[in-house]
Write a protein that binds this ligand. Sequence first.
Ligand code: GLU
Length: 321
Amino acid sequence: MDNEIVKGMSSMLQVLTKQKRLKQWINEIQPISKKGRLATYIPQLGTANPDALGIVICPLDGDVLAEGNTSTPFTLQSISKVITLALALMDHGPDKVFSHVGMEPTGDPFNSIVKLEMMKPSKPLNPMINAGAIAVSSLIKGKNADEKFERILDLTRKLLNNPGITYSEDVYWSEWETGDRNRALAYFMRETKVIEGDVEEIVSLYFKHCSIEVTCFDLAQLGYVLANYGRNQRGEQLMPADVTRVVHSFMVTCGMYNGSGEFAIKVGIPAKSGVAGGILASVPQKMGIGVYGPALNEKGNSICGVLLLQKLSEAWNLSIF
Ligand code: GLU
């Protein structure tokens, strides 16, 4: 048989084997969603199907793999912090951005207020916690709130390779109505001069980018761009490689809230989760991964999503450590 045909058949077989394994893992892990909880503190997120679980893998070379609830839309929530950080770094460079927000992980929950008062000079510890992300949102360039959001949306569409991306008004208003803790963080930071300007406008921008709606396919595309040091599948450089290095570092040290250490040991892949149940993962120079499972563990990470990534990392030897 022709060499090329043999090669083609063997790679097809590999894809089928991987696909089968993914299906098995999903079937095995999915019942564990019963032990998790939806993030009902944003009431609209409480309407998700808690048993949903899906994964899309977009390798730098090879075929896309998709299994489970891959086309269910969900909001980025904290995963949007990766995009706003990248945009702020492109807008201002690291010196300016890191004069407003730190580079250190925190053992506290994502919405904690306690360290803001303890740190001298007062500065949120990192851009992946709410306070830090609100400070980053306040730096996004634009002549008014609409233009700032359009710039975030525009970059998101490019990174996700999906011009149809928009935000969920239902989730946005649900956050707006219940987001007083985030307002408190922002007012505190204005008083300590970490942010300046109209606090309500800054917090609304933050709620809006958290409410951008995606699927696992979109997340896998974003993971691909990060894994490929800023280039998309067409070879376009969407962000400088230096920015992806900073983003990957934060994903490792702070991307999975105060479960980041355990995740680094058990999974070892740069990742960022959101309270709607999404996990963005990027294996440098190998693949982008998008996972969705809205039932969360006690740290606020998708309970099944973490287990699925652990299986994948162990079986395919993906840990970067
Ligand atoms: N919009 C959410 C909040 O501010 C984001 C939380 C998250 O996904 O970690 O509470």
